[in-house]
Design a protein around this ligand. Sequence first.
Ligand code: ACO
Length: 431
Amino acid sequence: MSSARLTLDDKQYELPVVVGSEGEVALDISALRAQSGAITLDPGYGNTGSCMSAITFIDGEKGILRYRGYSIEEVAEKASFTEVCYLLVYGKLPTQSELLEFDRKLTYHSLLHEDMKNFFAGFPATAHPMAMLSAMVASLSAYYPDEDGSEDVPLNIVRLLSKARTIAAFSYKKSIGQPFVYPRNDLSYTENFLHMMFAVPAEPYRVSPVVNRALNLLLILHADHEQNCSTSTVRMVGSSQANLFASISAGICALWGPLHGGANQKVIEMLEAIRRDNSDYQKYVAMAKDKASGFRLMGFGHRVYKNFDPRSRILKAAADEVLAEMGKRDPLLEIAQHLERVALEDPFFVERKLYPNVDFYSGILYRAMGIPTNMFTVMFALGRLPGWIAQWKEMREDKQTRINRPRQIYTGATERAWEPIEDRERVPASV
Ligand code: ACO
């Protein structure tokens, strides 16, 4: 397969074919407009490749996810989160000494500039932690500026990975009115986060190994997912040569929406609503099937996976294990399992290939770990950081990168004469 032929009116155009390392096929239309005057139209970008990337491979039909060639199942079983950060960002597995050095740097850069504490003070206690996280990450650029293009990217990557964790924990402390707990250099990346989240000055805090393991797993499973909404946003903003912090802050905002990373919070809210409604999950399945209701089963369906999301399988097993190890029972887990069983057998879901996605079981685990619902999307953001950074770095280093600037098909009024204000019909003031 070397080229495709497009016929437009009576003219023919050759479109080169690009094949990826896993055999994925694309038609290269980069010269199409110059040659023919036509553009392609693909709302929601379901058929559009925005870049070439060597970071993550997904086969949504087969339920395959690999980071830099390593299967998610193997990575989840064998790696630590910081090892995955290294793998995604630098493209190879670290040696022992490289990982030690990387961990040391992440530990060393965990403190926030003391002035940044004033920002937290300015937020209302009810502020969503995602609002604080996105604002604070953008604000890091004020402390580590890139005047005249001199941003120290390698160092800022480490700073961001390390400080985002401190920001996330501080925003939680702010929301519950507890004093900030500073990072400790004797703890690992994930232990340090749990310590900053849950320790109080009044008593010693011991990080539970079960919770630490679960956190490690959750962060790894969220670490990258190729050109999703937030990652595409990071690349879009970064393509204008905005600095690393600004680009990632934009990605955090994109992640916030309930159709993306905000879904994990919505899943728990939905399961709680079902529980309050006598656990009548059948009613909610029926509602999801009725388009007029406007209700969707949160945590179901995915733009790319038309099979089980491999991450949801791992999380389902982990949720069972962690709850058992912690000696906890969560009625929401039982409702989730019922819901999954019913939905997977129902023709509406089967025909549309709607399977549980990563967010369906992650919330159950976060709850078991003591993480409050409004922090779920923040947890997702912490996990996704290395992916965003790796994609931003790849985009910046790619010689073919141009500012991202899609086109449109205009459907508005054609040219018309300006109407003097006194000749215009009265319109209601609210318009
Ligand atoms: N519940 C009920 N019906 C659904 C659901 C759902 N969760 N998801 C999709 N459908 C139906 C749609 O109504 C549509 O039906 P139709 O063909 O009869 O019109 C069909 O399945 C296809 O759905 P689309 O919205 O076209 O699929 P799209 O790829 O645009 O959306 C999305 C994917 C946004 C994830 C969607 O499935 C959804 O809204 N899910 C719930 C929210 C959620 O869990 N988001 C997290 C995604 S994972 C992540 O971002 C980490």
